[in-house]
Ligand binder design. Sequence first.
Ligand SMILES: *Cc1c(COP(=O)(O)O)cnc(C)c1O
Length: 353
Amino acid sequence: MKINITPVKQSKINSVDMKHLTFGDVFSDHMLIMDYKNGQWQDPQIVPYGEISISPAICSLHYGQVIFEGIKAFYSKQGKINIFRPQKYHERMNRSCRRLCIPEISYDVFLNCLLELIKLEKAWVPRQRGYSLYIRPFIFATDNHIGVRVSHTYRFMIILSPVESYYKEGLNPVRLITSGEYVRATKGGLGAAKTPANYAASLLPADEAQKKGFTQVLWLDAVTHKNIEEVGTMNICFVINNELVTPPLDGSILEGTTRDSVLKLAREWGIKVNERPITIDELFTASKAGKLNEVFGTGTAAVISPVGEIKHQESSIIVNEGKIGALSQKFYDEVTAIQYGEKPDKFDWIVTI
Ligand SMILES: *Cc1c(COP(=O)(O)O)cnc(C)c1O
């Protein structure tokens, strides 16, 4: 599919301080737009980044027929641009599409859109180690109709945001708290899709957790309130007795690409990996018995986010004295080294420009 490009008259990059970039505030010069109508995706265009006009009756605004992705590109040691696992993110995007009744996009078309946009925006990939270009593809339903039904038309967009290192002061452990009242997702619901509704459900509990001094909520399953699920922006992993334990992908948690990368590395390194249900009680028991070595979240934004404390009801556990564990650090170092082209890409994760 040919992509029509309307370039900006003048890049705004010189007005941006590329060394001080807060997450998600700065966008590159261009964006990609592709519409779905008459039963097909058509006419992709790259245009200057800017506002788009929509009807107040646009159905996605009313009923949330929307999905998104979050991918990263890195400026490599070789002076190239490394996109991390675009195929894996694309597979998940199409899975989210299926759950939300949104027409899928083929990998060829998706990758072509992504590559053309990033080629044009090369200057927006920050050069410093630790920094990256955050890629946000998303699709929303565009029928102007306020009856509840599946839309007939859609818009796919990609916007790009240069971001600085998540950890300017090293990998600082986060504090998590469970919620006795709220749930994020339930089996059969939308939990396995990357869709705004899951975030909408988490805003109030996350806000309450922050008011109590915690970073994020550790979600338990909606039915028994016992099984640990994920953190809502990150999947969660435990090192118990030197075994890597993480909740299985059973329909209510998101299949993280970083989770998959960590599990692949662990298996390669000969670490025992166990994807199985784990209850909050088992976790606290393991901690009291001195068998809980490490806890960390996995997600594209932070890669590895060490967890220093977990509170559940009236009790708390402190993990690894509130410091990052050796294995968490090793995963972080390995994944980032592959992303920046400092170590061989033996799993074929990188697409290079
Ligand atoms: C995006 C996301 C994650 C992390 O997935 P990655 O592919 O590793 O970035 C975890 N949980 C939820 C709910 C998410 O939306």
